[in-house]
Design a protein around this ligand. Structure first.
Ligand code: PRX
Length: 571
């Protein structure tokens, strides 16, 4: 379908009537879309790739358009089937088995996707890591998951402390290198030798496929564990919320190191057999607009931070590009502010559709559908088959317009099934039958949900979730830092920025150089997005009598708000 026809189709949607869909829909009905409902044999890699590659009408369709400043490639469904089969054969040769954790630490590239599906095809669990992670962040995740294999590039290998990772037996290197020990496997050499035929490992719907590490307010990042069953939700939300239709060209801007980049950057489009654009390389407004226009992207899923950056580049930048192919734009990760919605109206003549969900939910939960009346500023309504409510701290449902904890009735298809090696943490998410999100919100009389903020200390900076504990732990590793407390401080462009309060050890004096050195220490040790943009030195950090840092109090001081109950404050 050409661009004109696509544009003309604005207004025709997969879901016609939200109310009717809500009344009639149940998740069981989605199963019939997949052959396993008859055979009982399942693997999400088969459903996303091989199923289309085995269909004579679909096998030559472009599945992946890879676009980076120095590399442009197109891969059909058949190409992806064969490349992932080859990688699955490599894994088998090196004895990777069902349930093993195999991590990926590399930039987006066609090799990434071949490896990712190869991992799923042997029944192993994939752990994609954001390429900007530094040593500590990489180590924490590989250590906790006890990953036995890592796929990375020779450049990124420098951030992998192999000697501290006894479980990690093998490293696959994608790119030129001079490593000779048996630990290292050369990606291209092995792929050249591997067969393109592979007998996929059929698994159970409840078998694991993915680990995404994410931050809470306490402790190190937790491994959120997802199973093959999640495909039901990826598939159906792509139909009704992304509104993917046969000739669409779809682009999700998220990195697969984050859940949006897997659920909606990989599974949702390919389960539906849709052409998917993957963009590598760094962000520039011109590159992003060119990606939309050069590939005739029709459905676009991104985040408020990215929209704000494009907005900041001005209307002239947008006007240089033909953006007429775009018919539907969606957003996730942070509140979608009104300025962004009006920018979308001006630049694309489209209303950006907000969606709300989390790493733990695995898929979209509360959304704005093309088929419903939107209320600007609202996250929308629960997806059909999802029950959402606002509850108090005991799990009692609250009436309309009352603020409380946004909760979801447990049992949706893409719900996390465990926190890796941490059943206690998993249990702590639930109050009876409710999964409690940690977001505060209210629901209006007509059932629309309105986001208010986080109830815990989790920071959302540029749409990325950062746990204060992780940053505090890194800060106190610096020789000058005695104590540290970290908060999110509101920021017009990034949503929040990270602000650290520290006390200095004896013998250290405050100076700009020292503060910059501490900032760099977090940036190069943990990751750029976790480095505090502001550091303030204090004489002491407020703590409870049991020694917990009172971040709430730090935040109140910072914002000039009343400090509330401080009865637990230590002397
Ligand atoms: O606070 C909410 C915010 O992002 C958190 C989840 O972060 P993460 O697990 O990294 O997943 C992000 C993408 C799926 C939520 O607890 N959040 C997500 N979507 C929205 C949002 N805040 C406001 N509006 C949204 N649409």
């Amino acid at each position: 379908m050409d661009v004109k026809t696509l544009a003309a189709r604005k207004g025709e949607h997969n879901m016609k009537d939200y109310k009717e869909a809500y009344e009639k829909f149940d998740w069981e009905s989605v199963k019939s879309q997949f052959s396993w409902s008859e055979t009982g044999k399942v693997n999400i890699a088969h459903e996303a790739i091989d199923r289309h590659a085995d269909n004579p009408d679909k096998k030559d369709q472009v599945a992946l358009i890879y676009s980076a400043p120095d590399r442009e490639e197109k891969h059909t469904f058949e190409d992806l089937k064969f490349s992932s089969n080859k990688f699955a054969n490599v894994l088998k040769k090196y004895d990777v088995k069902k349930g093993d954790r195999v991590f990926l630490f590399m930039p987006r590239s066609p090799e990434f996707y071949a490896a990712f599906f190869g991992i799923l095809k042997v029944g192993a669990i994939a752990g994609p890591l954001f390429e900007a992670f530094m040593e500590q962040a990489v180590r924490d995740r590989l250590e906790d998951s006890e990953a036995t294999m890592l796929i990375t590039t020779p450049e990124l290998l420098e951030r992998v402390p192999l000697e501290q990772l006894p479980h990690l037996k093998q490293v696959v290197l994608v790119g030129d290198h001079d490593k000779t020990s048996d630990t290292f496997i050369d990606y291209h050499k092995e792929m050249d030798e591997a067969s393109k035929d592979f007998d996929i490992e059929w698994v159970d719907l409840e078998d694991g496929m993915l680990l995404h590490y994410t931050s809470g307010s306490t402790g190190k990042p937790k491994g959120v564990y997802h199973v093959h069953n999640a495909m039901l939700q990826h598939y159906q939300t792509a139909k009704w919320v992304l509104d993917l239709q046969e000739d669409d060209v779809y682009w999700c801007t998220a990195d697969p190191g984050w859940v949006t980049g897997t659920s909606y950057g990989i599974f949702a489009p390919w389960l539906n057999g849709i052409t998917n654009v993957i963009r590598g390389g760094r962000f520039t407004p011109d590159d992003w607009y060119s990606t939309l226009s050069n590939h005739n992207v029709s459905v676009w899923y991104s985040a408020p931070t990215a929209f704000r950056k494009l907005m900041g580049a001005g209307a002239e930048t947008a006007q240089k590009h033909d953006l007429s192919s775009v018919r539907h734009i969606l957003s996730v990760g942070e509140p979608l502010n009104p300025e962004v919605i009006s920018w979308g109206m001006k630049a694309f003549d489209l209303r950006i559709h907000d969606t709300w969900w989390m790493t733990e939910t695995g898929g979209m939960m509360i959304c704005n559908y093309p088929a419903m009346d939107m209320r600007p500023g609202s996250m929308g309504k629960p997806f059909p088959g999802i029950e959402a409510a606002i509850v108090d701290n005991d799990g009692n449902e609250l009436p309309a317009n009352q603020m409380g904890n946004l909760a979801l009735k447990k049992g949706w298809p893409s719900m996390m099934r465990a926190v890796w090696n941490n059943p206690g943490k998993y249990e702590s998410y639930f109050l009876g039958d409710w999964y409690v999100s940690g977001d505060s919100a209210y629901q209006d009389e007509d059932g629309y949900f309105w986001f208010q903020g986080r109830l815990d200390d989790v920071i959302n900076t540029s749409g990325e979730r950062v746990g204060p504990f992780e940053v505090e732990s890194k800060l106190i590793e610096h020789e000058a830092v005695a104590e540290a407390g970290v908060i999110g401080k509101p920021d017009p462009e990034r949503g929040e920025i990270i602000k650290a309060f520290i006390t200095l050890r004896d013998g250290y004096e405050e100076s700009d150089e020292l503060l910059e050195e501490i900032r760099q220490f977090v940036k190069t040790g943990l990751s750029a997005h976790a480095a505090p943009r502001e550091i303030e030195i204090k004489d002491s950090i407020p703590k409870t009598r049991s020694g917990k840092i009172m971040r709430r109090l730090l935040k109140s001081w910072e914002l000039g708000l009343p400090t509330g109950d401080t009865s637990t404050l230590e002397e």
